[in-house]
Design a protein around this ligand. Structure first.
Ligand code: SF4
Length: 233
């Protein structure tokens, strides 16, 4: 008999957990949802892409989210901040400690740099919208895994749909990969416009990366010039 891969088992268990949390989210009790529960689930899935819910409504729904194991690690859900009708949206990877403390994305040193980047293109933190691909912070400073990123993607999709920006800038590989469903590294996908559901996407480097690799700021500036040209139309 072959040996059981513990990592694979953990993935399966995490998938099961996510599914059970999903059933709980949509109001099903018990393990087997039955025909009615399945119908609700199908309706809920369909509604994900079409909801007209505002940001406040979505934020309220996420507050008690337990779709992935980060629910056990977080102190608060860091939802998003800025103009709910922004033309430009930035999406970072996941909250840092300072973000969790303030309840606002990009509240620390990387956030100060992001503010300078935003201001350099004639915008302000109040005119854009800033969020993360994953809304809860792992307490061990680990990077969220792909199951957690996938679990949180539904929230991100709803958020993007509510804001309806003209341009989205994923900051760094994690956010770009989560949004664009790609495995390509940021070095390969930054610098050119991509597309997400009809919205222009400009992946660029993450501000925290720029703090330790200041030479990459030039590339970010090139990306931002393209973003500026697109939103000034
Ligand atoms: S990371 Fe996202 S999916 Fe996971 S518990 Fe937090 S809000 Fe829910």
């Amino acid at each position: 008999m072959g040996t059981v891969n513990p990592g694979f088992c953990a993935q399966i268990l995490d998938e099961v957990r996510q599914y059970l949390c999903f059933l709980n989210d949509i109001g099903c009790t018990g393990i087997g949802p039955g025909p009615t529960g399945r119908q609700i689930a199908e309706q809920w899935e369909g509604r994900g892409a079409r909801t007209s819910g505002g940001l406040e409504e979505i934020k309220e729904g996420i507050g008690a989210c337990r779709r992935c194991r980060l629910a056990d690690e977080r102190r608060v859900v860091v939802f998003g901040h800025g103009n709910p009708r922004a033309r430009l949206m930035f999406i970072g990877p996941f909250p840092e400690a300072e973000d969790e403390q303030a309840g606002i994305p990009y509240s620390g040193e990387a956030g100060a740099l992001l503010t300078r980047i935003i201001e350099a293109i004639g915008q302000s933190r109040e005119s854009v919208y800033i969020s993360h691909a994953v809304k809860c912070r792992p307490q061990s400073d680990r990077v969220p895994d792909k199951f957690e990123a996938r679990a949180c993607r539904k929230h991100l999709e709803l958020q993007i749909h509510a804001v309806s920006p003209e341009v989205i800038c994923p900051l760094g590989g994690f956010a770009a990969q989560a949004l664009l469903r790609t495995e390509s590294p940021i070095s390969r996908i930054r610098g050119e416009f991509r597309e997400y559901q009809g919205i222009c996407v400009m992946p660029t480097h993450e501000p925290a990366y720029l703090l330790v690799n200041p030479e990459a700021k030039r590339a970010v500036w090139e990306d931002m010039k393209k973003v500026m040209a697109r939103i000034s139309h």
